[in-house]
Design a protein. Structure first.
Length: 160
């Protein structure tokens, strides 16, 4: 809670660097998607359904599956297939770009970074251990492991 109240001047230099790297990567992704769309003849504008899918996906992350987001966005037939195609940069680069922009906006707004998330979980684990709350400490450590696994898994998916 207090982490969100810090001023930018007190931010750790590594987090500023990570933020700058994230902005550069988003810019590169946007540029690449634009070039691909011009070369491949992909539409230069998102449809209402595509925008709704991306917004549902980001704003309901963890509460709705991608298939549920696709279904609610209006993709009635084969929503799992639609969700997969909408998240594939080779098929739907503009949607992937928009998802990236929304995700960066949410991270910026809430100050969410992977390192900060793991740090908070470690702090909770340590506090629970100090109080002898073993169940809470174990749960915090399990959550840290899951977060690491998700990041490693998503990096593997992008490398394919």
């Amino acid at each position: 809670m207090l982490a969100g109240l810090k001023s930018k001047s007190l931010a750790h230099p590594e987090s500023i660097i990570n933020s700058n790297i994230r902005i550069i990567l988003i810019w590169l992704t946007c540029t690449l998607c634009s070039v691909i769309s011009q070369v491949m003849g992909i539409p230069r504008q998102l449809t209402e359904r595509q925008m709704k899918f991306a917004e549902l996906l980001i704003y309901n992350e963890g509460r709705m599956s991608p298939a549920e987001c696709a279904l609610q966005a209006g993709y009635k037939t084969r929503p799992r297939q639609a969700a997969s195609e909408l998240r594939n940069p080779k098929i739907s680069p503009l949607v992937v770009q928009y998802i990236g922009e929304l995700r960066a906006e949410v991270q910026e707004k809430h100050g969410i970074t992977f390192d900060r998330h793991l740090g908070e979980l470690a702090k909770l684990r340590d506090e629970a251990t100090a109080k002898g709350a073993w169940s809470a400490a174990i749960n915090a450590e399990v959550a840290r492991g899951k977060a690491r696994w998700i990041i490693c898994r998503s990096k593997d998916d992008h490398d394919r």
